[in-house]
Design a protein around this ligand. Structure first.
Ligand code: NAP
Ligand code: MN
Length: 255
């Protein structure tokens, strides 16, 4: 077993990093690690997942409880024991696979939180198709397509539904959709099963910004995007289970 640590560079995170390297018995290996320990927050976790999609992830939250970071400063010794004795439980986390087509290129990417598409400072106009069927012509600021894990991130700020992670589903949430005599959108978050493929299509190639988690793409001649759920892509290690209800209560309602 080889492991690597991806951490924020604040003093607390660096201290934890030092302690971990002292106590974990395995070999540190940046190029080809089997395990990744992420020290920081959910943001640090997301960027580590894009660097090492095939590793087993351990998240330590240095602030409040995180959605991906399951260990805290209080359970640090538990984490070290779990790694050294291989006594962790692995949860498989779903992502969305995104295929972006422009006149010049195709980009394949996955998102663990969400993909968004916007056209600042104008409004975005595109057709939203579910499988082969047209749902609507959307006009507004943009669209956010999120996973269950990502439902508590940007999606929640857009009043999308918070989704329990063991549901195999993904959702489309509007970013300021325009509704008038000319434009009509669903105006509600749409939760879809893993059987569905979402296609977003512009009539003419268009300059857009697409975000994939913390990454962004400025695409000059965007034509379409295909989005589908990809189940069980990321391996996330857990100590004893914190229930979904406890996690959302402690994060959003009361500690
Ligand atoms: P950031 O702007 O530095 O941080 C975004 C915030 O979202 C942080 O507080 C982060 O928690 C939290 N977060 C990330 N994933 C989460 C999840 N699955 N559930 C609950 N909270 C979550 O950006 P970043 O750190 O690079 O993270 C990128 C993410 O920012 C994107 O994937 C998107 O979801 C989110 N975002 C949100 C908005 C919005 O709500 N208006 C706008 C743009 C982007 P930590 O403090 O633990 O890192
Ligand atoms: Mn962050």
């Amino acid at each position: 077993m080889k492991y690597w640590i991806v951490s924020k560079d604040d003093a607390i995170s660096c201290g934890i990093r030092e302690k971990l390297t002292e106590k974990i018995h395995f070999e540190l290996n940046q190029a080809n690690p089997d395990l990744i320990v992420v020290v920081g927050g959910d943001g640090t976790f997301i960027s580590a997942v894009h660097q090492y999609p095939d590793a087993i992830f351990f998240g330590i939250h240095t602030g409040h409880l995180g959605f991906y970071a399951n260990y805290t400063l209080d359970t640090l010794s538990e984490l070290i024991e779990d790694i050294n004795n291989e006594t962790y439980h692995i949860e498989k986390v779903d992502v969305i696979d995104c295929e972006l087509t422009t006149l010049e290129q195709k980009i394949f990417a996955f998102a663990i939180n969400e993909m968004t598409i916007i056209t600042p400072p104008k409004t975005l106009i595109l057709d939203v198709n579910i499988d082969e069927q047209k749902l609507e012509t959307f006009r507004g600021t943009g669209l956010c397509i999120s996973t269950a894990y990502g439902s508590t991130a940007y999606n929640k700020s857009l009043f999308g539904a918070v989704v329990e992670p063991n549901l195999k589903a993904f959702q489309i949430t509007e970013i300021a959709g325009i509704n008038s005599n000319q434009y009509r959108t669903l105006s509600a978050s749409l939760l879809l099963s893993q059987e569905r493929t979402v296609t977003l299509e512009v009539k003419q190639p268009e300059e857009v910004f697409v975000t994939i988690d913390h990454l962004s793409y400025h695409l000059k001649n965007f034509c379409s995007a295909h989005i589908k759920l990809k189940p069980n892509k990321i391996s996330l290690a857990h100590p004893k289970d914190i229930s979904f209800v406890e996690r959302i209560r402690r994060t959003f309602i009361t500690e």
